[in-house]
Design a protein around this ligand. Structure first.
Ligand SMILES: C[S@@+](CC[C@H](N)C(=O)[O-])C[C@H]1O[C@@H](n2cnc3c(N)ncnc32)[C@H](O)[C@@H]1O
Length: 450
């Protein structure tokens, strides 16, 4: 097959990163922006030993599941790579992604249908826009990076986030230059405003705005600008500055300075009120997250009477705090001090007395607790999953079941294989859609210790 040749291909399924898969001369070929059921003209861009990468040239016959993307920026932004696929079919495809990850490991009949997100527009409650400026007119640009680049798409309207975020961002674009606040220049590591982060409460609609500055202290002009911003929007309850003068891709540092109003918003999940600060880890789709918490809580309530629970990789102990009233005692472990401090405040705010909060590395904490045991362990690690040492400790310390919450089917499959090889049994996997229109999927696996 000659390179750059245009070929007609049938898209058969979706890969775990959201690209369509066709077979060309028997070889797997990935084509972005396609939908299973499409017949299309494609061009091979790169041939590897076991797969090709191709681009879509033209759709010859549309899949019945194709829809018009509702976002005007769909073609340039890349954040919602599945928006051309109808939502119910997106859910079916995501279930297939989970099934494919678990193939050979467990019976697909224990994988439930994907629980849809309660909202498929305006569901995203954490916004992180990089900020740059045009070279000549010095206009502020803010939005998302184009896929695989650091070129900004200047997003004026994003339908997956609350509309007020567009208004706040437009106000910043128009008014920051009046206060001599320049957008960041990544190449020269110059310019003041690197990012704007907005946290929005799904419960109250309140907003916390974080101005991420390439500076070691907050200049007076930023304080004046923050006051203007705070006064302009009733629904902004706080403005903070985050100081980040390092040459890094990391967005937020742990140096946050409150400027006006509060330095947090309040969010309520399953009756517990949480405080979310500038860099608190909290699920970006709170209503979908609430479905997960309710599912785990109902499961525990129906199958246990006041169990002891270990909440590992706890963040601000959202699971531990929500489960506390169906547990006799909860032990929470998290390595980030700011999150543990927030959890302490939330515990007090909600009058919860049966939770112990530890700020430690999970592996170290568990290795040290050989004399302890818990009826249930809730594991909610980052995308990379758990270490084998952590899984060994969890197997030793858990009396009855592990509830493993994962945002990465590949590492979940790896860890489930390790656990089942050690004689644990996976009872069920329930996927939840937290990140609509993207290929990401959250899973809750229930694992019995034998
Ligand atoms: C996916 S988040 C889950 C947070 C929380 N369960 C929730 O639902 O909000 C993973 C958390 O694990 C923490 N973490 C990552 N590695 C860790 C480690 N080795 N020990 C303890 N915590 C860790 C991160 O700081 C983060 O808060």
């Amino acid at each position: 097959m000659e390179n750059k040749e245009e070929i007609i291909a049938d898209i058969e399924k979706l890969s775990s990163d959201g690209r369509g898969i066709a077979h060309i001369d028997g070889k797997v070929t990935f084509v972005g922006q396609t939908c299973p059921g499409d017949k299309c003209k494609i061009k091979i861009l790169k041939e590897n030993k076991s797969y090709n990468i191709a681009e879509l040239v033209e759709i010859v016959e549309k899949s019945p599941h194709r829809v018009k993307p509702f976002c005007p920026m769909y073609n340039v932004c890349g954040a919602c790579s599945l928006q051309h696929i109808d939502y119910n079919y997106q859910l079916e495809l995501k279930k297939t992604i989970v099934e494919d990850s678990m193939r050979g490991l467990l019976d697909a009949s224990i994988i439930d249908d994907v629980v849809p997100s309660p909202e498929i527009k305006e569901f995203r409650h954490k916004i992180q826009y990089p900020v740059r400026q045009t070279q000549v007119s010095k206009r502020i640009l803010a939005g998302y990076f184009k896929p695989k680049s650091h070129d900004i798409v200047n997003i004026k309207y994003c339908p997956i986030q609350p509309h007020i975020c567009d208004e706040i961002m437009e106000f910043i674009r128009e008014n920051a230059p009046k206060y001599k606040i320049e957008g960041y220049n990544e190449k020269k590591h110059s310019g003041l405003l690197r990012h704007v982060v907005i946290r929005v409460s799904a419960k109250t609609g309140d907003n916390l705005v974080v101005l991420v500055l390439n500076a070691d202290k907050v200049p007076e002009r930023v304080k004046d600008f923050a006051q203007l911003l705070f006064d302009k929007f009733d629904k902004i309850v706080g403005v903070t500055a985050n100081l980040n003068s390092q040459k890094t891709n990391l967005i937020l540092t742990n140096k946050t300075i409150p400027l006006f109003g509060k330095d947090y918003i309040e969010e309520t999940l399953c009756g517990v009120t949480f405080k979310i600060g500038s860099n608190t880890f909290f699920q970006i789709n709170p209503k979908s997250a609430e479905n997960i918490f309710r599912y785990v809580k109902d499961y525990i309530k129906s199958n246990y009477t006041k169990p002891t629970i270990l909440d590992a990789y706890a963040g601000i102990s959202a699971f531990g705090l929500v489960m506390s009233d169906v547990a006799s005692e909860v032990t929470s472990v998290e390595e980030c001090k700011a999150s543990v401090d927030t959890a302490k405040e939330v515990k007090k705010l909600n009058g919860i007395n049966n939770i112990k909060l530890y700020c430690m590395d999970c592996e170290e904490f568990l290795a040290d607790k050989t004399d302890k045991s818990y009826d249930i362990t809730i594991l909610d690690p980052p995308r990379k999953g758990c270490t084998q040492k952590t899984l060994d400790s969890v197997l030793n310390l858990t009396k009855s079941e592990i509830i493993y919450v994962s945002c990465n089917p590949a590492t979940l499959a790896r860890d489930l294989k390790y656990l089942t090889d050690k004689n644990a049994t996976v009872k069920s996997i329930r996927p939840f859609d937290m990140f609509c229109h993207s290929p990401h999927i959250e899973d809750v696996a229930i694992i019995k210790i034998n």
